[in-house]
Design a binder for this molecule. Structure first.
Ligand code: ARG
Length: 341
């Protein structure tokens, strides 16, 4: 049975192998015991934020468990770009035209941008390989959105997820090979590691910050900019089903789409309901249910027709829960890539 709860220091041994799995991206999840310890400390402080006080710098780190074993992770940074700028490329179109020569070209140009600062960002998604199935993927993403829906005042009115970008048959990013590599002189994976939440100054120091004409990049790069990594279709679908859409921004390293959504229009926000424990209808489909505690949240996946599965919430009949139907629409059971987003 799957559940989501805040990560604790005692989870570190179980998180380390997930964080260090060979992945194309490995964006922001810390990879050492020491850095995980301080990430978990920040997270514990964030969950504790007293009511009425919004934590602009909150970073909430969750583990997905199956029968009490840690099998995945996900995190929410409450507001991007608080301590350091938040980097992406904005794509704009320029028209270059000569009336006399009858040449008219519309050329997409990439501008370094900090516009996605102030969003709440989902990040650090990992799933152990045996759990890369639609139910776990949908639960991981929807569960966290249910928490955001319940505690909306601690988060931005806009959400962001930097989806991993297109990779070629060798698993390499055409944009990275055309661009970032020349400035960082290292692999995408190493650059992601260095530029993770802990040392972002590197992006400002090394990435070119002048506008870039896309037609100077290779044909493969041009035709795949803004495309999601192909073997992560179920994760992509989970975001699309919630109302996330590609914005005019792309990831500064691998060109993946920056998916954004207004918090108020999330499917999970609109479809979820609050009820007393006794008011929970018999679940004819898989259902996500959580207590409404900010400090000690617990989010459960109740398999259909199994109302007793709610017991771990340890609630009295008068307490509130928020619940929503699990949405796996449009997902299929194919290979789920590295599972490290
Ligand atoms: N694939 C990557 N790691 N890209 C770098 C993303 C950096 C991120 N937008 C930030 O400013 O924190």
């Amino acid at each position: 049975m799957y559940s989501l709860r805040p990560a604790k220091p005692s989870d570190i041994t179980a998180i380390l192998p997930l964080a260090n799995e060979q992945g194309a991206r490995h964006a922001s999840l810390p990879k050492t015991t020491q850095s995980l310890r301080s990430f978990i400390q920040t997270s514990e402080d964030s969950f504790r934020t007293p009511k009425g006080l919004t934590a602009q710098s909150g970073n909430y780190f969750w583990v997905l468990t199956d029968q009490d074993q840690v099998v995945g992770t996900i995190a929410i940074e409450a507001f991007t770009g608080q301590k350091e700028p938040f980097y992406s490329y904005r794509r704009e179109t320029l028209i270059n035209a000569s009336y006399r020569l009858k040449v008219k070209q519309s050329i997409p140009v990439l501008y370094q941008s900090h516009e996605l600062a102030g969003y709440s960002q989902l990040h650090s998604i990992t799933l152990a390989s045996e759990h890369r199935n639609p139910r776990a993927i949908a639960f991981l993403i929807q569960g966290i959105l249910l928490f955001i829906a319940e505690h909306a005042s601690y988060f931005s009115d806009r959400l962001l997820f930097e989806f991993p970008g297109f990779k070629d048959e060798r698993g390499e990013s055409p944009l990275w090979n055309d661009l970032g590599q020349h400035f960082f002189q290292m692999s995408l994976k190493e650059a992601c590691y260095h530029a993770s939440i802990e040392d972002k100054a590197l992006i400002a120091q090394l990435m070119p910050n002048q506008p870039l004409y896309e037609n100077l990049l290779s044909n493969t790069t041009q035709s795949t900019l803004g495309e999601p990594q192909q073997d992560l279709a179920d994760y992509y679908q989970a975001f699309i089903s919630e109302g996330f859409r590609p914005s005019s921004h792309i990831d500064i390293f691998d060109g993946g789409p920056c998916l954004t959504c207004f918090t108020s229009s999330l499917w999970t926000k609109q479809e979820s309901a609050r009820t007393r424990l006794t008011g929970l209808p018999e679940n004819h489909t898989d259902t996500i249910a959580m207590n409404t505690s900010k400090e000690h949240p617990l989010i459960l996946l109740l398999p259909q027709h199994q109302p007793d599965f709610i017991q771990p919430l340890n609630l009295t009949s008068k307490e509130w829960i928020r619940w929503v139907t699990l949405n796996t629409e449009g997902m299929s059971e194919h290979h789920q890539g590295e599972g490290v987003l």
